[in-house]
Design a protein around this ligand. Structure first.
Ligand code: AMP
Length: 143
């Protein structure tokens, strides 16, 4: 199982906000969409950063109520790490564990074609493990 197969199942929807959005708006979108992170896009349509619920929590901890009025560009992570469609689930698990984040946008030929979360990775890893166990059971039963 790789990133391309995960996207085939979950789709290519990308939730994003423009770089002039405020943190309060981003929190509203994360909550309404039931997601943990969104992409921040610049005027040219390029990825300017990624903003996760953790960034919102940090902004509130540091700025209190004033956090909601801050521009998203002040609290997002500008140095975005991407994955590729051919990357394996194991490679994503390693990347997320080592870098301590839970979201990887997917870059394909200079275009972002989706975003994979740790939830997607875990769901697919469990499905693989269940399928492996079932085929082993069948193998043993046949012998
Ligand atoms: P998360 O665990 O995804 O909620 O994110 C934890 C921190 O890592 C936040 O500061 C995010 O902005 C940042 N982050 C999340 N995903 C990425 C990514 N793919 N590239 C760079 N930073 C990220």
């Amino acid at each position: 199982m790789n990133v391309a197969q995960i996207l085939k199942q979950k789709g290519n929807r990308i939730v994003s906000l423009p770089a002039d959005a405020r943190v309060g708006e981003a929190a509203g979108v994360l909550s309404a969409e039931g997601i943990g992170a969104l992409l921040i896009m610049d005027r040219a349509g390029k990825v300017a950063g990624i903003l996760s619920e953790r960034d919102v929590v940090r902004a509130v901890a540091n700025h209190g109520m004033e956090a909601v009025a801050l521009p998203v560009t002040e609290v997002m992570t500008a140095n975005v790490i991407f994955c590729k469609p051919a990357d394996s689930i194991d490679a994503l698990m390693t990347e997320m564990t080592q870098r301590r984040f839970r979201h990887l946008p997917v870059m394909d030929q200079g275009r972002v074609i989706g975003i994979v979360s740790i939830g997607d990775v875990v769901k697919n890893r469990i499905a693989e493990t269940v399928a492996e166990a079932e085929s082993l059971r069948q193998y043993i039963a046949a012998g």
